[in-house]
Ligand binder design. Sequence first.
Ligand code: ADP
Length: 238
Amino acid sequence: EQVAEQALARTRELEHLGARLSHELKNPLAAIKALVQLSSRSTADPEARENLQTVEAEAERMRDVLDEYLSFSRPLDKIRAEPLSLGSLTDEALAVMSGRAEEAGLALRRTGDADLVADPRRLKEALLNLVANAIEATPSGGSVDVALSRDRDAVVIAVRDTGKGMPGDVLERVGTPFFTTREEGTGLGVLLARAIFTQHGGGLRYESAPGKGTTAIATLRAAPSTRSDDHVQVAAGG
Ligand code: ADP
């Protein structure tokens, strides 16, 4: 519980950083991108054109990183919960990732279902992060399975991959701010996902062994959906 609270507190610090950064940098970045794009179209010099296209691509990458920080700048306390089918929501997230999975030569599947009251946008964001990490870590021919189940008052989302797994020192640090082993990583994905599950009265933990794959196990409080009265209250209050 204390760990969850610490994660949330850290995430709040990142909210401020994220808001500040994106505010200061997004507009100038958009200007750079637009002008570079314009110049690359109007130049006849192939080398200059190629360079300008590279600048444009790099500006785009910077914008993507900022977007990830921006995820933290939305007020975390305000979740817009509504009754939903986790199965459908998961399928939407998997549809977004299907191209990447196919390119990587992976099977991407969902099993099980559960109804609950949750914030669909945030939940999808969390799911996308977990599935993206699983795809990232798994070599061709492997699989990424998202299993949904209900365990008393909790809904459990298990994202299991047959990827490279995590050695002990990585497993210890996964989800701490800015921890990444990827060259292009931000080290914010798991932190954000964990904050979202924590907001939903649950949490996120990992089981992993090098060479044997990884399972991310997320829990959410499911109780509200078992009483139909709460649906109206939560949805109207959000
Ligand atoms: P990023 O994806 O930007 O690196 P994350 O917070 O999403 O940031 O992940 C942090 C690190 O945790 C990754 O760089 C990777 O080393 C490790 N990790 C996360 N998920 C997995 C997974 N499914 N399999 C192996 N390693 C993982």
